[in-house]
Design a protein around this ligand. Structure first.
Ligand SMILES: Nc1nc2c(c(=O)[nH]1)N[C@H]1C(S)=C(S)[C@@H](COP(=O)(O)O)O[C@H]1N2
Ligand SMILES: [Mo]
Length: 424
């Protein structure tokens, strides 16, 4: 996180407390309570359970998840409540982009059934000329200049289960392994273009996209529809309103007919089933940038860190957990590493629990907002259990650490994961 974002967030918080920023749809008293509770109760996982929409992990999920439309075969997905993560072994040999039918799904509630023919995007707010409201149909958006790009969508909690498994720390939230990421080819229109046509003024500071899925109720509190403000600088930079994924219309589970794509940022920024975007001259708040998606815990202020933006650095092997590997046979270990920074520069792999390290062969150049595939040949000479580890370094010079500092909601895990296999 840059110091600019931190400064901006402090200003936003001060303005909000002074009553000059708005948290639309939330009672001021509720938000204060949420902010206070998040800071004060950060140490007790039980009290934080209210921020945990989905059930804990089951090692093998059923073939369906409540509210997800696409099939979720158990050899390709692990289901966690209303969410489903991709099994890494299913990605082996699939190419750079995650096939749409393998792409993870993270739903706060259920995938809504929306008809593209009567869908409208409403752009509104006092940051627009004369405070006017503009509506766009899907045909309107398709008529604007199109942009295509590859980008990852990755949940801020991807890797969360390793806080428990590797560090013995209890955190709240969906117990993802490493499969809450996918990289797709997205096509759509720049948000900057749409905001310009809606009459953006230079007084706008925040834009807040909001989904059309059901309001999210957590711990008995109705938090309203899923929404999270973006600073105008990011909104005008590389954000897209996308209507195609991997060359086909956006499917229901991934935001049909139109979602936001916020490259390099945590998944929650990429609001699905977009219904409206508020453009505001005062800073905006929602539960998704106040008590959720900040770091809480020792070393963080009571109101949490600044809202999370960029993703961290991670690596994964395209192998099942506890994979059996034949002794004395050559194996091609494959995997991927990715970063919210400028792309992955090197990956080193250990096949003996971290004692020795070997450079992996990289199959993609560093790609900001995407991942790099890699491989390493290995002929195991010793029978028994061992751990495979992969450690990436990105172009910013960041290297995956051995341990991720604790935060109570288990966001941004970036430590090297120990992947158990058995040679026999
Ligand atoms: N409207 C809406 N947008 C949403 C969500 C949601 O539940 N509702 N989940 C967010 C989260 S937390 C993530 S990680 C991504 C997941 O995108 P995917 O389901 O297409 O993989 O969508 C984000 N956008
Ligand atoms: Mo997420």
């Amino acid at each position: 996180m840059t110091s600019d974002e931190r400064t901006y967030d402090r200003r936003r918080l001060r303005q909000w407390l002074a009553g000059t920023a708005r948290a639309e749809g939330i009672e001021r008293r509720d938000l204060l309570r949420l902010l206070a509770a998040a800071g004060v109760t950060a140490a007790t996982a039980g009290a934080l359970a209210r921020t945990t929409p989905a059930a804990a992990a089951a090692p093998v999920g059923p073939a369906t998840a409540a509210g997800i439309v696409k099939p979720l075969p158990a050899d390709r997905f692990t289901v966690h409540g209303t969410n489903a993560e991709t099994r890494w072994q299913a990605l082996r040999g699939t190419g750079y982009h995650t096939p749409t039918d393998l792409f993870f799904v993270r739903n706060h509630t259920v995938t809504p059934a929306l008809d593209a023919a009567d869908w409208r995007l409403r752009v509104w707010g006092d940051g627009l000329r004369h405070g006017r409201t503009t509506e766009f149909t899907l045909a309107d958006l398709r008529a604007l200049p199109a942009t295509e790009r590859s980008a990852a969508v990755e949940c801020a909690g991807n890797g969360r289960s390793f806080f428990q498994r590797q560090q013995g720390e209890t955190v709240s939230g969906t117990a993802w392994s490493l499969g809450a990421i996918g990289v797709a080819r997205w096509r759509g229109v720049r948000l900057a273009e749409v905001l310009r046509r809606a009459g953006l003024t230079r007084h706008a500071v925040d834009v807040q996209p909001r989904g059309l899925d059901d309001p999210f109720v957590s711990g008995g509190i109705d938090l309203g529809r899923v929404r999270r403000p973006l600073p105008i600088a990011k909104a005008l930079d590389d954000v897209l309103l996308v209507y195609e994924m991997n060359g086909a219309p956006l499917p229901p589970d991934h935001g049909h007919p139109v979602r936001l794509l916020v490259p390099s940022w945590i998944g929650i920024a990429s609001i699905k089933w977009l219904g409206d975007i508020e453009v505001s001259t005062t800073p905006l708040y929602s539960p998704w940038n106040t008590d959720l998606y900040r770091l809480f815990g020792p070393g963080h202020p009571a109101e949490g860190s600044a809202p999370l933006t960029r993703q961290t650095l991670k690596s994964a092997f395209e192998l099942p957990w506890d994979a059996p590997l034949a002794l004395g046979r050559p194996h091609l270990l494959t995997g991927r590493s990715w970063s919210g920074g400028r792309g992955v520069r090197t990956v080193r792999v250990s096949v003996n629990g971290g004692a020795d390290w070997h450079p992996a062969t990289l199959h993609d150049p560093p790609r900001a907002g995407g991942w790099t595939r890699w491989s390493l040949r290995w002929t195991p000479r010793t029978a028994g259990p061992t751990a495979l580890l992969a450690r990436a370094t990105d172009l910013d010079g960041t290297t995956q650490p051995d341990r991720t500092p604790y935060n109570s909601q288990g966001y941004l895990f970036d430590a090297v994961v120990r992947h158990p296999v058995t040679v026999g």
